[in-house]
Design a protein around this ligand. Structure first.
Ligand code: SAM
Length: 341
């Protein structure tokens, strides 16, 4: 019998070789549509200017395109379109599960196979039921949130393909999550935030004070192509940017506050899956948290060892079709079983 030794996202997902605004491949496919005229860029805000300068200063260090003949994102986009149109994930179902073993388990649900990595637990549910699923006295070393912020783009995606978009929440819904009950004195609270001023203000002025957390840092994830260029231009305020924000908070008086850099720039090639963020657990445990730190990730679509993942699509990106697997012989050991309740 073979077991899974390693599972990596299919590398085609990261074939982001040219900026998104170079849409030749899509426009050619959809024949009639005219290409948008490139707008002249106005003044950048101070944050965007700083990120642009940081990018310019390190651009030569960013990995250059390993395959310079590959001059489009077409393969990645087609792979994701095909996955979205054929995947069958019912976000309205409520279920939970865990894998307490050290092996990756494959489980079947609604005709699809999902990979369940070692030492994970997961809850597929709307956040309204948070208090039913998370024990009132349970605290975590890190809590990550990537909320389904209210935005026009997701409304359009969902209107065009009901399987591609997701439900959205208002700022008041997100603030109402009772995170304050699940913090200890050094719990790191990390929130992915869009560049919309109303979302930025909500994190620092509404959510963090309600949760008893102080803002200690703002980091930026800069999305670059395989050639190291930003995935879109650095734009004037209110326009699409090639970066997203990570707000980092700690309970007032935390001794860890001094060790977290106020500002950092993280660079990577994004996957072609909409809104797919890079995993943060290793980044924080390697420097700021104990190695076996416990983590709660809200609005998750994938699983990570030692984390409890919670969201309406909690297994969506664990779909086996998204992965390349390395297998090994098992020599007689019994495999674990995923436990669903
Ligand atoms: C921005 S995405 C998260 C993306 C994820 N961090 C990733 O990297 O793939 C937000 C997620 O929240 C889920 N969601 C929407 N409404 C929700 C709700 N009421 N309760 C829980 N999850 C919800 C969406 O289905 C979507 O999967």
């Amino acid at each position: 019998m073979k077991t899974i030794k390693q599972a990596c996202f299919n590398s085609v997902l990261f074939n982001i070789n040219v900026p998104y605004d170079r849409k030749e491949e899509k426009d050619e496919n959809h024949g009639g549509k005219k290409r948008k005229r490139v707008k002249t860029i106005g003044a950048l805000d101070e944050t965007t200017q700083r990120i642009l300068e940081n990018h310019s200063s390190i651009q030569c260090k960013l990995e250059s395109n390993p395959n310079p003949t590959c001059t489009s994102n077409k393969k990645a986009l087609e792979f994701v379109d095909q996955f979205n149109s054929s995947s069958n994930y019912d976000g309205e179902q409520c279920f939970r599960g865990q894998n307490t073993t050290d092996c990756t388990i494959v489980t079947e649900m609604n005709g699809e196979s999902f990979l369940i990595p070692p030492r994970v637990s997961f809850i597929n549910s709307s956040i309204d039921r948070f208090t039913e699923y998370i024990q009132p006295d349970e605290t975590f070393d890190m809590i990550v949130l990537d909320p389904p912020w209210w935005n026009k783009y997701i409304r359009r995606v969902k209107a065009a393909n009901s399987k591609a978009g997701y439900r959205m929440l208002t700022n008041a819904d997100i603030k109402a999550i009772p995170l304050e009950r699940h913090l200890h004195k050094n719990t790191l609270v990390v929130v992915w935030c869009t560049n919309a001023p109303s979302h930025i203000d909500a994190v620092s002025k509404d959510f963090f004070p309600k949760w008893g957390v102080e803002l200690v840092a703002c980091w930026y994830w800069v999305k670059v192509t395989s050639a190291g260029q930003p995935v879109c231009k650095f734009n004037e305020p209110q326009q699409k940017q090639p970066y997203e924000r990570l707000f980092i908070g700690l309970p007032a008086g935390s001794t860890m506050a001094k060790s977290i850099p106020r500002e950092r720039f993280l660079y990577s090639v994004p996957s072609a899956i909409h809104s797919h963020k890079p995993p943060l657990y290793d980044l924080f445990t390697s420097k700021y948290l104990p190695p076996e730190a416990t983590c709660l990730e809200l609005f998750a679509r994938s699983l990570y060892p030692r984390c409890t993942s919670y969201g309406m699509e909690v297994l969506k990106l664990q779909n086996k079709r998204l992965y390349e697997l390395a297998m090994e012989d098992e020599d007689g050991k019994t495999g674990g079983r995923v436990a669903f309740e």
